[in-house]
Write a protein that binds this ligand. Structure first.
Ligand SMILES: Nc1ncnc2c1ncn2[C@@H]1O[C@H](COP(=O)(O)OP(=O)(O)OP(=O)(O)O)[C@@H](O)[C@H]1O
Length: 256
């Protein structure tokens, strides 16, 4: 069992006077959904967990070791991140992009081998983009690029998967396919921690939820305890109607 823990972690949001200290334990087998309105700090949190942005205070531990004492390469073997925005400015094919995921596992100047290639192709296949492997990423549609980014994370094969709105740009079929894939990874022992704007995807697929409010407040726990209509209405400043489908709550914005 591996755990990514935050201890009294306060993320650094410019101009925000205070922040609620986060004491999260993100463990093998769990699927976390991070919900909150625009600007609440979800991306900042993911970047702080990935060690890309220093927190204002508090610390981050990976298996009880302070993450800032781990070499970047070791950290990248344990943690991977799918960014919300990608530049993709470097002219690379889909396959070359997926193979970047193997870099934390190779020594400097070592070329990718047959096993690395097989991993990349398996990941591209799982994300339904193997047929695009020789295409330049810059020529792909938004949803195809998103799937290549997730395939690159799969090729990296870290223990903890951090994903910033992984269903962005995806059609309904591919949204469900990605959520199923993430569920499969969690069942296989990975930890999944993702920001989502779709409450209903979170309700259907996540077992843990973190709610982030724009004033810096936050609360977290098991999904069934967190997905309470009154809390979500306050979170989004939006009245909701709730119906139940297959025992899962389904939230619809009220008209008017
Ligand atoms: N470098 C920066 N300089 C100034 N403000 C910043 C900077 N980076 C982030 N912020 C601000 O911090 C706040 C949190 O941003 P963040 O991207 O983490 O929000 P988010 O919850 O992911 O939002 P969204 O749902 O829109 O993606 C925002 O108000 C943003 O404008």
């Amino acid at each position: 069992m591996q755990t990514l823990k935050t201890r009294e972690l306060v993320i650094d949001i410019p101009g925000r006077a205070s922040g609620y200290p986060l004491n999260l334990a993100i463990e093998s087998g769990q699927i976390w959904g991070v919900l909150g309105p625009n600007g609440a700090g979800k991306t900042t949190l993911l970047h702080s967990l990935a060690g890309l942005r220093p927190p204002r205070s508090g610390s981050l531990c990976l298996n009880d070791k302070p993450a800032n004492e781990l070499k970047r390469r070791v950290l990248s073997q344990q943690l991977g991140l799918v960014f919300q925005d990608r530049q993709d400015g470097f002219p690379a094919t889909v396959l070359e992009t997926a193979l970047i995921g193997r870099h934390p596992w190779l020594s400097p100047w070592q070329m990718e081998g047959a096993d690395d290639l097989a991993m990349a192709e398996r990941a591209l296949e799982a994300l339904d983009v193997l047929h695009l492997k020789d295409r330049l990423v810059s020529t792909l549609s938004g949803g195809e690029r998103q799937r290549v980014a997730i395939a690159t994370l799969m090729t990296q094969s870290p223990h903890t998967w951090l994903l910033d709105e992984p269903t962005n740009h995806l059609d309904l079929h591919h949204q469900v396919a990605v959520m199923k894939l993430l569920t499969g990874r969690a069942k296989a022992g990975n930890a999944i921690f993702m920001c989502l704007h779709d409450l209903n995807l979170a309700a259907r697929w996540c077992d843990h939820i973190l709610l982030m409010y724009p004033n810096g407040e936050a609360c977290w726990g098991l999904a069934e305890r967190m997905l309470v209509p009154s809390a979500l209405e306050r979170l989004y400043n939006q009245e909701l109607q709730t119906v139940e489908v297959d025992g899962t709550p389904f939230f619809v914005p009220k008209r008017g």
